[in-house]
Ligand binder design. Sequence first.
Ligand SMILES: NC(=O)c1ccc[n+]([C@@H]2O[C@H](COP(=O)([O-])OP(=O)(O)OC[C@H]3O[C@@H](n4cnc5c(N)ncnc54)[C@H](OP(=O)(O)O)[C@@H]3O)[C@@H](O)[C@H]2O)c1
Length: 256
Amino acid sequence: MSSALPFTLKGKTLIVTGASSGIGRQCAISCALMGASIAVFGRDEGRLNDTLQSMDDPEKHMSCAIDLLEYDMVGDAVREVVRQKGRIDGLINCAGISTTLPLNSITTQRIEHFLRTNVIASMNITRHAVKSAHFSLTGGSVIFISSVMGVAGENGKTLYSLTKGALVAAVKSMAIELAPRKIRVNAISPGVVESPMSRSAVYSRDAASLNKIQSLHPLGLGKVDDVANACIFLLSDASAWITGINLIVDGGYLAK
Ligand SMILES: NC(=O)c1ccc[n+]([C@@H]2O[C@H](COP(=O)([O-])OP(=O)(O)OC[C@H]3O[C@@H](n4cnc5c(N)ncnc54)[C@H](OP(=O)(O)O)[C@@H]3O)[C@@H](O)[C@H]2O)c1
């Protein structure tokens, strides 16, 4: 059945991780504007509350302050969303960390920390969210925020790339496994987006480095809305026949 408003998120309940900052915060705000009810997940309760206060009707949404590395707590948090809001229609896995490090500084401890945060934590909440007792019986959409660094290389990006590439790879098998339940699974790979993460990156520390990174993006650096709008598309019925893809949102970074 085709919808008159295929891009609307009205009536959908979504979990957004990383919603206390940057891209995740904008995803939560933009999806709320499109009609969804949002459960915002992040560690910092005060900044999660700021996200809720940026929405038209904060009472319609809920907040969950949680460290996603506390794997055993995540199931309870997802069950609480289901208890308060009913079934889940979508999930944006946006929480993540980044770094620029030469190979000789990549210790096994650092590899573990990055894998735990960027890969295992996302897989863990996804596994809880898509349980048939939790997720909408008519299907829905799961998004993993990867990065162009998941498919391309730069100096010092090995550690970050290996975590983001893992998400792009995993999305395809998840998409196949969950297709019978009409749950679509996709990645979004942004180029450099202006956010607290990119503002604290090494390429933002001096004008020459910043100019260089800008010049690699033919349309200039991205805005958090650019990624949020792509999420709206992949969460909405407008993308009902799209699963297992990696949507590149990079201002032309990979076009070269
Ligand atoms: N900005 C870019 O240029 C860019 C480009 C490509 C991809 N990305 C990806 O986009 C995502 C968001 O990036 P951003 O720029 O918005 O970064 P950000 O402003 O630094 O936000 C990161 C978010 O992740 C949350 N987070 C980190 N570790 C967590 C943990 N253990 N448990 C729960 N939440 C955790 C943070 O929560 P608290 O603040 O509450 O601790 C925060 O909400 C990341 O996955 C990043 O890799 C960013």
